[in-house]
Design a protein around this ligand. Sequence first.
Ligand code: 9MG
Length: 292
Amino acid sequence: MTSAAPPQAAGVMFCGDKPLDLSTPQLMGVLNITPDSFSDGGQLYRDGELRADVLCRRAEAMVDAGVAVLDIGGESTRPGATAVSEQEELDRVLAALAVIESRFDAIISLDTSSPRVITEGAAAGAAVINDVRALRRPGALEAAAAAGLPVCLMHMRGEPGDMQDQPHYDSVVDEVSTFFAERIKAVELAGIPRSRVLLDPGFGFGKTPEHNFTLLRRLGEFLVLGCPLAVGLSRKSMIASVIDRTMDQRVSASIALALMAAERGARLLRVHDVRESSDALAMLTAMEQVGL
Ligand code: 9MG
């Protein structure tokens, strides 16, 4: 039988001067400032230009729907994506930050692995660093420590260009757990306390559908590491491994996966469809608040 999320250390995490209350699951809305991201590429950035009006409308709709965090990324990390130069990524991200930071009160996270983007993005108002490479790029740890912001450390096997070439694990849960423990040690040594760390198993990043569903089913096992869990399941290809759906047709399945993750202890859910996800989470929270 499914029960309420296991007990965990998630309380309020300060992101700069903004509190992020992780005592209940919160939403992180995806804003890809890229021409080629896997679900929404080209909507906010096209022909070398930020579409500022579209970005504002998208961010406003997310904030109205109750998003806690807006996640801005200037590099596509979809499987097979080609790398972008650091300067190009920086230009995209700073242009988006300039549009969003002054208009919205939501916490802004930066989806980046680049030390320079971390440093300059933090100076421009980003308040969380969301790194799919878990601060493994040279200089990234030091840049994040100097920024003094919470970090979301995601597990990825390989790089976006090759990560889906026959990924293999003897035990995916044990290997992701070992990776998390090693990264927690590294960030603590660099001066980032565990209380400012979120962990994310990286659904779809160097994993088969079976690896992804195993990680989801056993997500609660990562809670022993003492950090709140983040997940990104929205519109991912693990859905299409079960039901034949295009990106736009994956909303219902994405909500189902988000709810399963929240029930297993996830506290930050990275989503495209904020209104639908927020409605679903409200039902979970209502159920969990009634007495037994
Ligand atoms: C940037 N990005 C794309 N997918 C992601 C996921 O699953 N988790 C996090 N933290 N970031 C992601």
